[in-house]
Ligand binder design. Structure first.
Ligand SMILES: [Zn+2]
Ligand SMILES: [Zn+2]
Length: 933
């Protein structure tokens, strides 16, 4: 197979397998076509006012000042006197959109919906706003439109400020909240004079939604412990107090207004959200007004063991925790709306100040509403499955459903309300389990076919390696021609059988892809199986025990890498083991300084996975230190190499300039952050330096000579200077140490080749990247190359997890791009952070390129081994993808799978870049001669 076809087929297989997890694990849970359910009794409130303080943490609101007073006196008095409070537990991803969907529509958006777009509304869904008579919303243009768009008819009115107001650092973000409060006040003022508006405001079943983005914006810019964040909280408290009196005034103190105050997600100490840390998932909820219970004094210990009650000095007031989705049915019940049809929330009865009959009826409505979804899901699955293959959810068959609902009805009629309520709760939890059961019905079948295809592909790659890159005793296979013919016929008939089966089942189009793809893959495997017989025939000449030892070592190594995705400290262990490699090889005596340098560099690098992830603590002195270290080590290195071969004056000038550049870049972050702290904004000069460094980082190395170490040093220096600008703490030291280790690796590999007595080897210092590789010198793969490839994968993973973990890469720390810009711009900021993540990869890739050149291998053969290693890892992570348990685990498990699946593809693309980066040279000063044909 040609390289390009191989690449394309490999790409297709990986893309299909990657996308398959969205059909296997992450399909939309929503079903459509249910009838809305509402309680037949009169609701206690006519309207509900929902305040969402975006990004407000539970502990920020509930913690008292040292003098036992509160920053938010109004809400505190509600908690202690007039309302009910608790912690609302949100799900990962703790972002604004999923948080608001859970609050207002009562379900947790599936990950695929989040991936489809932030502002767009990927699926039609029902919400409290949609069920309301009228909803008026004020707030951010990022949040409000999706609910207006999702609602049928035009009874959801939005009032938003322009998007450019959401500036991160320069102005005071609490203006966003003042804007909302002022707008609501003037809206109600104008309604007094507008009779049609007033009439619709006085109707029952209205919702007022105030989205307060200031706290979130201040938290991102200044972190949640900052005065700005806390002041903004106080401003919101005053605003809420004022608005409550304005509302009461407008409606003539009719006692028919309910209020709910909560937030969509919290925020970490370092000003980010998105992951599943308690600071992100614990949000406050406070409800008061019509239909809501007043504060309940308790003397017994409460059933919460997290210690927060003591911290917040609220042991004496009953706390009622909810899941975020429970707030939607709560609001619906307060004003008598049907519960949103896709809601999975359970009505938190302890919030309701109402008769037991009302509570039981509401719970019954809630149970029927969830059961409706279950029934719809079951009938959909039944329709698309052959009847003899269909296994229903045993705990909730059709007869059991009828039994449950009948019994609950009778209990309510007999006024046995508490029994009815607990029966309804059981029905809800069974229905939710059943929903999951039918939702994951096809999982086993799809999983099997994907795994089959995956194993087939990996076997195929192994056979290709054996066939083309390993010297085995080849035997002409006479029976091959015949068998390949019948093999083709068998494959076609299997494919036809699968298609017919899927047609009968009326399966979705994507199922055909997952089930049919293994057929051609296994066809190719069986066709290439001749390589396997060759291997078996040459087995006597191979050192079997050595192969076995290698196999076991690499298997352990892969397990270590898989484990390092969960515990970064595993990389430390790995580096410690790897540091002993020259010793085990017996190289220590032959190349003392090399081995020692490798040993020390490994141990230095081993420290990084033990340190906290990027963005936790800012220490800009460390950034300056990293710059100094880089300049110092490269100067030492140049001096020592100068002793052996004098530098060309042009190279000397270039290295000198680059070292000065690194020194400048080491100072810029410090100056920028101190200027920002003094509120003087980002200095223009710093911004110019930063952007020009970024722009030139790829081109500057192209000016240097293509001699191996010179080019590498130039690449490393220019990448490190960009990295320094994007650093805020200890992670700045990572690329210099990594580069040092990479230099040591190249030297040791060379020593290892000498030790093995490989002929035709070149002196390292004489290797030139741009020289054409002598084809006759390219050697076949040896066992040791498996180790080389493994080292490469190991260093790539170290480059990725050395300074952070998945959560730190997903979540957002804007401080690291402050040298470039301070105005919030997700694309530019995301791009810059992406580049920061990629820089260590390029350092490792360039080294790998060097090792291929220096050890006379074709770049393809080593890459094939890398492909096998990463595919074995991907298969691990395929089984570890979860859609249950804590939401952090779910997000992480997908990210792991994505990373490993895309690793090879990404590395192949990156290898093209690094090949150009190492072998091409730009000549600026001499004009090339022109030829006119
Ligand atoms: Zn938010
Ligand atoms: Zn935010």
């Amino acid at each position: 197979m040609r390289t390009i076809t191989f690449f394309l087929v490999g790409l297709t297989v990986h893309v299909v397998f990657f996308l398959s997890i969205f059909d296997i694990y992450f399909t939309s849970p929503l079903v459509h076509g249910m009838t809305p359910q509402s309680t037949p009794l009169a609701p206690p409130a006519s309207r509900v006012v929902l305040f969402v303080a975006d990004g407000l943490r539970a502990d920020s609101l509930f913690t008292l000042l040292p003098n036992s007073s509160s920053r938010t006196p109004y809400l505190r008095s509600v908690i202690e006197e007039t309302g009910t409070w608790g912690v609302s537990h949100t799900h990962v991803p703790t972002e604004s959109r999923p948080g608001h969907v859970a609050l207002i529509a009562g379900f947790y958006e599936d990950v695929s919906a989040v991936a489809k777009g932030w502002k767009e509304n990927p699926v039609e869904f029902d919400s409290v706003f949609n069920e309301s008579r009228n909803t008026w919303c004020w707030g951010s243009p990022d949040i409000l439109p999706m609910f207006a768009k999702g609602a049928s008819g035009d009874h959801v009115y939005t009032h938003t400020y322009p998007a450019k107001e959401e500036d991160f650092a320069s102005t005071d973000a609490s203006r966003l909240d003042s804007w909302v409060f002022t707008q609501v006040k003037s809206f109600l003022q104008s309604a007094k004079l507008n009779s049609t508006l007033k009439a619709s405001l006085l109707e029952d079943g209205n919702v007022f939604f105030l989205h307060l983005l200031g706290i979130d914006t201040n938290g991102h810019a200044h972190r949640p412990m900052s005065q700005e964040y806390l002041d903004n909280m106080a401003l919101v408290d005053t605003g809420v107090a004022e608005l409550v009196s304005v509302f009461e005034d407008f409606f003539g103190n009719d006692g028919r207004t309910a209020y709910v105050f909560t937030s969509d997600h919290g925020m970490t100490n370092w000003g980010s959200h998105g992951a599943g840390h308690p600071s992100e998932t614990l949000t406050p909820v406070v409800a008061w007004g019509a239909g809501v219970n007043e504060a309940q004094r308790v003397t017994d210990p409460q059933p919460y063991e997290d210690g927060y009650l003591q911290d917040w000095k609220l042991e004496h007031i009953r706390r009622v925790d909810v899941n975020q989705a429970d707030i939607a049915p709560l609001m619906a019940s307060l004003i008598g709306l049907p519960i949103p049809v896709n809601s999975v929330g359970v009505l938190p009865l302890l919030y309701l100040n109402n008769s037991n009959q009302f509570k039981a009826e509401s719970m019954f409505t809630n149970a029927i509403q969830v059961l409706e979804q279950f029934k719809m899901k079951m009938s959909q699955k039944k329709e698309t499955t052959l009847s003899f293959l269909f296994t229903p959810f045993q705990l909730l068959t059709e007869s059991k459903q009828a039994e449950f609902t009948q019994k609950a009805r009778i209990l309510i009629q007999l006024e046995k309300y508490s029994e009815a309520i607990s029966l309804c709760r059981t029905l809800i939890s069974l229905s939710l389990d059943g929903l999951v059961y039918y939702h994951t019905y096809d999982r086993f079948f799809l999983g099997c076919s994907v795994v089959l295809g995956f194993i087939g592909w990996t076997s195929y790659v192994i056979l290709v390696i054996l066939k083309t890159h390993v010297s085995l005793n080849r035997h002409p296979n006479l029976t091959k021609q015949i068998s390949s013919h019948s093999l083709g016929r068998i494959s076609v008939s299997v494919a036809v059988m699968i298609t017919v089966f899927l047609l009968i089942q009326r399966s979705p189009v994507t199922y055909y892809v997952y089930c049919l793809l293994p057929v051609p893959v296994w066809y190719s495997v069986l066709k290439e199986s001749g390589a396997l017989t060759d291997l078996i025939r040459s087995a006597p000449s191979l050192q079997l025990w050595k192969c076995f030892v290698y196999f076991v070592l690499v298997a352990f190594g892969i397990e270590l890498l898989v484990a390092s995705f969960f515990h970064r400290a595993m990389l430390t262990l790995g580096l410690a083991v790897v540091s002993l490699w020259p010793l085990l090889l017996g190289l220590f005596d032959k190349a003392k300084s090399c081995s020692l340098s490798w040993f020390v560099a490994c141990l230095c690098l081993a420290v990084f996975p033990l340190m906290p992830v990027v963005g936790r603590d800012h220490n800009l002195h460390l950034v300056a230190c990293a710059g100094l270290l880089t300049v110092f080590t490269s100067a030492c290195y140049l001096w020592s190499s100068w002793q052996r071969t004098p530098l060309h004056p042009g190279d000397r000038r270039q290295f000198f300039t680059q070292m000065i550049h690194v020194a400048v870049c080491a100072c810029v972050p410090f100056l920028t952050h101190s200027s920002l702290q003094q509120k003087q904004g980002l200095p223009l000069l710093n911004q110019i330096v930063s952007w020009s460094t970024l722009a030139s980082s790829i081109f500057v190395p192209l000016l240097s000579s293509t001699r191996l170490f010179h080019r590498l040093l130039s690449i490393f220096l220019s990448l490190i200077s960009t990295y320094l600008l994007l650093s805020t703490g200890s992670e700045a030291l990572f690329p210099p140490v990594l580069s040092w280790l990479m230099f040591a690796w190249i030297s040791i590999e060379q020593e290892a080749l000498i030790a093995q007595g490989v002929s035709g080897r070149q002196e390292l210092s004489s290797i030139d990247f741009s020289a054409n590789i002598d084809i006759s010198n390219i050697r076949q793969l040896k066992l040791d190359d498996v180790r080389r490839s493994y080292f490469f994968v190991f260093f790539i993973i170290t480059a990725f997890f050395g300074t952070g973990n998945i959560a730190s890469i997903n979540s957002f720390d804007p401080a690291s791009v402050y040298c470039f810009l301070t105005v919030f711009n997700p694309f530019v900021m995301g791009g810059l952070m992406m580049w920061k993540v990629i820089i260590p990869f390029i350092i490792v890739m360039c080294t790998f390129e060097t090792i291929q050149v220096a050890t006379q291998l074709s770049s393809r053969s080593l890459f094939l081994i890398v492909l096998v290693i990463s595919d074995v890892m991907a298969l691990h992570f395929f089984f570890m993808v979860q859609d249950y348990g804590s939401w952090l685990d779910i997000g992480t498990s997908i990210s792991h799978y994505v990373i490993v699946m895309s690793m090879t593809i990404f590395l192949m693309l990156l290898s093209v870049v690094t090949h150009l980066l190492t072998s091409k040279r730009l000549i600026l000063w001499k004009r090339p001669k022109m030829h006119f044909p």
